[in-house]
Design a protein around this ligand. Structure first.
Ligand SMILES: Nc1ncnc2c1ncn2[C@@H]1O[C@H](COP(=O)(O)OP(=O)(O)OP(=O)(O)O)[C@@H](O)[C@H]1O
Length: 440
């Protein structure tokens, strides 16, 4: 079950907003409804789910309804129509007390302009919510100190907000939200007021923090790069208050739902966002040593591959065997693959961006094994697939791959590719030529 489900949510500001609902249903535009009723449509019939432990980004330009959306989730703004289920319960039905508890213990908000109390110390600011919640001093100090440590502010607990940089002040905001141990963090343009460098640093730290704390985060931003970097999934709000598309960063970049989203993403360098896991073949060719060389050659014939990844029975990657090695062993009728397993395997993690794989993929003859921290084989990235992704960018004028991405890709023109004359080989040579032309 999703943690939060939003069904047909609409918010209309102005006099007698319910009057505008039928017009919305008829498909009238925001400006038509404003002219007829004096009401402003902020959200128009949004429906989506937010899963536990995901970072869900709501992205849109100014006025698209992002702030309204995030404030509807905890009813700081009352929706005009629709349902919001939290853990299966309709929050529209909560009484004041239950709503207060929801805001205090289930969903904490981090604001763009930090919202700190200037005359209180960092510690007192972080303790503030706990104090209102009626916790005793010792417990709230302990919880606050844990949160302060989590966001890397240990040693600053007695400082005043004005003595801290913007990035540090927002850490205080984050610590204050985390001190309540909430299930959901609502982050409203939380990094938008920070300098670009600090902003990038805070994004990285949020990713790190989330890897450790596994909260559900709803993050609002007008910045597409920030959305692509932080979001497990992204909802894009359009100018009419409608959700234009919901998807992973890859889905939004590679398969925009409409012209609005397409225009939005056209200048993004996809190779920086699409990761190895998105293009790997999950059912990689695999054998285990005791199966012998016969198995390897048969697999190679069947799958038309010239390399086999060797794993143990737990799918832990041990090495690779090439078709030549396997054939030699088969001729000698040797059953044990161990002597020819090469550990010169190119490996990568699933979240490596394709642009970072390019060099290895183009210069190496072998596919790249995608492994997790325990060297468990997750799949295989074929260099043809990497090149195909890059070519999409090269061929598509709307989304050029930046030269800096391919400059370093050294291509050996004499390299032999698995199927000479195939798309893969042509791709490599094209890329080589383009690189040369571009450099000269
Ligand atoms: N209290 C209000 N009264 C009337 N109209 C409002 C109110 N709050 C928001 N709106 C209107 O609702 C629409 C959505 O506003 P909202 O602030 O949610 O957008 P946003 O995407 O968060 O924009 P920004 O990034 O500029 O904050 C806008 O047209 C805005 O003018």
């Amino acid at each position: 079950m999703p943690l939060i489900s939003i069904r047909n949510l609409s918010k209309i500001f102005g006099p007698n907003p319910k009057r505008a609902l039928p017009l919305l249903a008829k498909g009238l535009s925001k400006s038509e409804i404003l002219a007829k009723t004096g009401c402003t449509v902020a959200i128009n019939g949004a429906s989506f789910d937010i899963e536990k432990r995901e970072t869900f980004v709501v992205m849109g330009l100014s006025g698209s309804g992002k702030s309204t959306m995030i404030r509807c989730l905890n009813r700081l703004i009352e929706p005009t129509a629709g349902e919001i289920l939290f853990d299966g319960k309709d929050i529209m039905q909560l009484d004041r007390e239950a709503l207060r508890n929801l805001r205090r213990y289930k969903m904490s908000m981090v604001f763009q302009h930090f919202g700190l109390l200037p005359h209180r110390s960092v510690l007192d600011n972080v303790e503030f919510g706990l104090e209102i919640g009626g916790l005793d001093k010792a417990t709230r100090t302990e919880k606050a100190m844990n949160a302060i440590e989590l966001v890397g502010l240990k040693g600053f607990e007695q400082s005043r907000p004005s003595e801290l940089s913007g990035g540090m002040q927002q850490r205080v905001g984050l610590a204050r939200a985390l001190a309540n141990d909430p299930e959901v963090l609502l982050m409203d343009e939380a990094f938008s007021a920070l300098d670009p460098l600090i902003r990038t640093q805070m994004q990285d730290e949020l990713i790190d923090l989330q890897a450790r704390m596994h909260r559900t985060i709803v993050f609002i931003t007008h910045d597409l790069d920030e959305a692509l970097k932080l979001g497990d999934r992204i909802a894009i709000l359009g100018p009419e208050g409608r959700v234009q598309q919901i998807g992973t960063p890859e889905e939004i970049l590679c398969d925009p739902a409409d012209d609005y989203v397409r225009a939005f993403v056209q200048n993004v360098d996809r190779t920086k966002v699409i990761t190895a896991s998105a293009i790997m073949q999950k059912h990689a060719t695999v054998t285990i040593p005791k199966d012998g060389p016969g198995t390897a050659t048969r697999l190679m014939e069947k799958k038309r591959t010239d390399v086999v990844f060797v794993t143990d029975t737990d799918r832990k990657l041990m090495g690779i065997v090439t078709i030549d090695d396997a054939a030699r062993l088969a001729r000698r009728n040797q059953r044990d693959l161990t002597p020819v397993i090469s550990d010169r395997v190119f490996t990568t993690t699933p979240d490596t961006a394709i642009s970072d794989l390019l060099d290895t993929a183009v210069t190496s003859r072998y596919p790249i094994a995608v492994i997790d921290e325990d060297r468990v084989l997750l799949g295989v990235v074929d260099h043809g697939a990497v090149l195909a992704e890059v070519r999409v960018g090269v061929d598509d004028e709307a989304a050029p791959v930046r030269l800096s991405d391919i400059e370093n890709a050294t291509v050996d023109p004499d390299a032999t590719f698995p199927e000479a004359g195939s798309d893969q080989a042509a791709g490599a040579v094209n890329l080589h030529k383009q690189t040369e032309e571009a450099v000269s």
